[in-house]
Design a protein around this ligand. Structure first.
Ligand code: AMP
Length: 192
C-alpha cells in the first residue's frame, strides 16, 4: 500500500494538492478536518464535540480523532493506498497510526510536508474564509491560534517520521502545478 501523510500548517495547500494526488495515484483521501466538518454539518454527537475545539482553533482530543480515523480506514478495506490529510497532528496520533497500520501488515510510506511562511498562511486562510464559509478561517485570532497549535503540538510529527527517514520538506510556495511536481517527485523517490 502507498500510505502518504500530507503534512503542513493550516493553509499550506494540503487539500488542493490531495485532490490532484488522488487522481494521479488512485488512492483514498482521508481528511480528518473534512470528516469533522461532515459530522458538524449533521449535528451528530461527534460533530458537536468537535465543534467545541474547532471553533477555537484547538485540536480535537486524540482518542476522539484516532477512533474516527480508524473507522474510516476500516470502512475502506480494499484501497491500494491512503493519503492522510490533517492526520496525524500529535505524536500519540502518529504512534497510534503506526500500530494500526502495522496490524494491517502495512506502514507509512512517506510524510511530505508543505513549507509556507506564516504571513502567507494567514493571508491564504483569511481569503479562503471569505468564500468557504468556514468559521475557523474567517477570524484572524482563530487562524493565528491554529498556526501556533501547529508549531507547539503538530510540528514534532515531522521529526518523528524524520527519525525513520520518512519525512520530506517541500517548498509550498509557487503555482499549484509546480508544488504538485515537487510533491510527486518526492513521493516517487520514496515509493517506486
Ligand atoms: P483542517 O481542516 O485539517 O484544517 O482541520 C480543521 C480543524 O479540525 C482543526 O483546527 C482541528 O480543530 C480539527 N482537526 C482536524 N484534524 C485533526 C487531528 N488530526 N487532530 C485533532 N484535531 C483535528
Amino acid at each position: 500500500m502507498l500510505n502518504l501523510i500530507l503534512f503542513g500548517p493550516p493553509g499550506s495547500g494540503k487539500g488542493t494538492q490531495a485532490e490532484k494526488l488522488i487522481e494521479k495515484y488512485g488512492i483514498l483521501h482521508i481528511s480528518t478536518g473534512d470528516l469533522f466538518r461532515y459530522e458538524m454539518g449533521n449535528n451528530t454527537p461527534l460533530g458537536l464535540k468537535a465543534k467545541e475545539y474547532m471553533s477555537k482553533g484547538e485540536l480535537v482530543p486524540d482518542e476522539v480523532t484516532i477512533g474516527m480515523l480508524k473507522n474510516k480506514v476500516d470502512a475502506n478495506p480494499d484501497v491500494s493506498g491512503i493519503i492522510f490529510d490533517g492526520f496525524p497532528r500529535t505524536i500519540p496520533q502518529a504512534e497510534a497510526l503506526d500500530v494500526f497500520l502495522a496490524e494491517k501488515g502495512t506502514e507509512v510510506t512517506a510524510l511530505v510536508a508543505l513549507d509556507v511562511p506564516d504571513e502567507e498562511l494567514v493571508k491564504r486562510l483569511l481569503k479562503r474564509g471569505q468564500s468557504s464559509g468556514r468559521a475557523d478561517d474567517s477570524n484572524e485570532e482563530v487562524v493565528r491560534t491554529r498556526i501556533s497549535v501547529y508549531k507547539s503540538e503538530t510540528a514534532q510529527v515531522f521529526d518523528y517520521y524524520n527519525a525513520k527517514s520518512k519525512s520530506k520538506l517541500i517548498p509550498g510556495v509557487g503555482t499549484i502545478e509546480e508544488i504538485f511536481e515537487r510533491l510527486t517527485n518526492a513521493i516517487d523517490e520514496a515509493c517506486c
